[in-house]
Design a protein around this ligand. Sequence first.
Ligand code: PMP
Length: 360
Amino acid sequence: MRKIFNFSAGPAALPEPVLTKAAKQMLDWQGSGQSVMEMSHRGEHYMSIHADAQQRLRRLMNIPDSHKVLFLQGGATQQFAMLPMNLASTGQSVDYVNTGQWSKKAIAAARDFGPVNVAATSESDNFTNIPPVESWSLDPDAAYAHICVNETIGGVEYFFTPETNNVPLVADISSTFLSRQVDVSRYGLIYGGAQKNIGPAGLAIVIIREDLLDRVRPGTTSMLSYKAHADADSMLNTPPTFAIYMAGLVFEWLEGQGGVQAIEALNKEKAALLYQAIDNSSFYSNPVDPDCRSRMNIPFTLADDSLDKAFLAGAESNHLIQLKGHRSVGGMRASIYNAMPLAGVQALIDYMLDFEKTKA
Ligand code: PMP
């Protein structure tokens, strides 16, 4: 057993049994005499790993036949550009809801390709809430409507799926992927980087409704075309084979934990404990509206920020690492993805209470 609890926002902690299995298979995958990293991506061994990972993800998320799964590279950031290139025709407007730093980046990238309507924003409230849906000015002619389901930096999460009628709903689920159940049929496209709940960095996953594939702008180079990737079953070029293999092991682990429904219940419990500890104290605080507080990324500040360094140093000596908040908001941030056990959250709470007693 490793001794530390890692609260990194991503790349993030992976389940220990997954790392142990990968270590065991490192030199010789299932008697093949090869490491997964050394396999031809077109060979039968890797092809079975690729297909297995995809099937497990489809099962875990209950992905309907109407939607394709793509394993891509370039991170979620590349998706910020691929979305308008693939889904909006030249000059067609796109809708975005701005709930934090990742929404802002997605909006800025979309503006390179055409007009963007920011249908709602919580920027004037310092991104501490989700604007009420009734106030959103959605455009019925938009190519799509985009939300960031979980703002990894601000710790703001949607617990509802907005109704966008005939306009396809597009969602960045980078930091909430597989942490809770999602009705995929409600979305035109879902995407995210893998390096939080799914596996190592280097893999991005896109789940796209098939009828949207044909919207790709003429002249789009194949590497940036969903249709080209879908037609090639994510094998247009050499895919990130090792990252996909690791994702497959994480999917297998998650199925063994009882799937998304079971992990969602645990994630609710973990987050509730930590928010309760924060709310019961006058020393720690979290500014986000209770109805949209993230279950994955929990930012908090100390009443006296001159104690931040001492808090982090004490945390490290208690084997609690990577708790420093994002540079844009300061304070602390505890990312408690699927791989964070309840014991890790309890250890953090115990440490916070001790620190408060000695310093407050
Ligand atoms: N969206 C969200 C919500 C994120 O948290 C991140 C990364 N932290 C990104 C997009 C960007 O992902 P990547 O670094 O994989 O490009």
